[in-house]
Design a protein around this ligand. Structure first.
Ligand SMILES: [Zn+2]
Length: 382
């Protein structure tokens, strides 16, 4: 079915008409006569989503309908591709979640196209308090390729990314096996030495997961895992640019140093998209989401309880903090992410690219998604 969308190209700032056909962008033509307040940009891609609006991939009772719900919520936020993220949990809980996600994908072609892969964040992480973050200690363990293969079989190959800590002696062989099987190995929740980080990168670790978060409160000033990951030129970085996880100066430095290899993730929890107020969490106890959008432990407001914001919010934050222009921030949440994954979507708004497109207005320094198109199909209209 052919469809034409009209608006301002997010990068060239020129009025354009984009013709979609058969799931692809068939044509982009400039139309100088067109007057529009709407901007057209590539669909957003989020590699780290734990849940959204009250639903959590890590909840024991996860249903296929929950997977559909989260996907629909994310379409409303302009996300056209994402990786459901499973955190450290028992073997059986991981198995059940993988089966549920995969089975939801098998029942709906657009859910399947949107869930590009699954991100396992754990359980092969640091045992240390601080780097481990909120991951439950009792399930953290050394990298185990046989266990991973069992999960990958249940996931029918859909696990595309695993975050692990290179401080385990087993990590280097594990990373090499990931690379050989086409799974992205990410460094995160780590207390690794500089040497161990270097070895992991040499073995093929491709990305740092939410660089600068999940670390010790204090670090040696020179030899530490943050400098080492910043210095590793082959290493991409994902950052949580919600305005709470990293202060502006650090965001600014990470974006400058990583340059073309810096991408945004939301790391959204099930509290994202909910109204402000008090909630209880299975891992954090009593937590509070305040009017500014910060999610924290009620008894200890300095302790974050995860992210409650979408990728769109993070794009706005980078722009409003004057760390990136709107088009650069959008790229960091869309085509740059696809580049990291080596996906075809890296083409963005170009002829013959997959038609993953968003249309939005930006008022009061905030993106308002008007339309989301996934592989040529309108999956959300405001
Ligand atoms: Zn994490």
């Amino acid at each position: 079915m052919e469809r034409v969308i009209k608006g301002i190209h997010y990068k060239t700032k020129q009025p354009v008409e984009i013709t979609l056909d058969n799931g692809l962008i068939a044509e982009i033509e400039s139309n100088p006569a067109l007057k529009s307040e709407k901007t057209i940009a590539p669909g957003l891609v989020d590699l780290q989503i734990n849940g959204f609006r009250g639903v959590d991939f890590n909840e024991e009772e996860l249903q296929e309908s929950d997977v559909v719900k989260i996907t629909e919520y994310l379409w409303q936020e302009g996300v056209t591709s994402y990786y459901p993220t499973l955190i450290t949990n028992s073997d059986s809980a991981v198995c059940t979640a993988l089966e549920t996600i995969v089975s939801a994908c098998e029942k709906d072609i657009y859910i399947n196209k949107t869930i590009l892969g699954i991100h396992l964040e754990g359980p092969f992480l640091s045992l240390e308090d601080g780097p481990r973050g909120a991951h439950p200690l009792k399930y953290v363990k050394a990298p185990d390729w046989n266990l991973f293969c069992k999960w990958q079989k249940l996931a029918k190959g859909k696990i595309k990314m695993i975050t692990l800590s290179p401080e385990w002696p087993e990590a280097i062989a594990f990373i090499k096996q990931c690379v050989a099987s086409g799974v992205i190995a990410a460094i995160g929740h780590t207390a690794a030495s500089s040497e161990q980080i270097k070895e992991a990168v040499l073995a093929g670790a491709r990305v740092s997961t939410h660089l600068g978060n999940a670390s010790h409160a204090t670090l040696p000033r020179h030899a530490n895992y943050i400098w080492e990951q910043l210095a590793a030129e082959d290493l991409w970085a994902t950052i949580i640019a919600d305005g709470f996880h990293l202060p502006k100066s650090i965001l600014s430095v990470f974006v400058k140093v990583k340059g073309e290899k810096c991408v945004l993730v939301s790391d959204a929890t099930r509290f994202a998209g909910l109204p402000s107020g008090s909630y209880s969490s299975h891992i954090g106890g009593e937590i509070e989401l305040n009017d500014d959008g910060k999610l924290f432990i009620k008894d200890n407001p300095n302790m974050l309880a995860g992210s409650a914001q979408s990728l769109c919010w993070c794009v706005d934050h980078l722009v409003n903090s004057e760390i990136a222009t709107l088009s650069t921030a959008l790229d960091m949440a869309s085509i740059k992410v696809q580049q990291l994954l080596g996906e075809k979507g890296a083409m963005g708004l170009e002829k013959n690219a997959i038609a993953d497109v968003i249309v939005f207005e930006r008022t009061n320094n905030k993106i308002n998604i008007l339309k989301t198109i996934k592989a040529g199909k309108v999956v959300y209209t405001r």
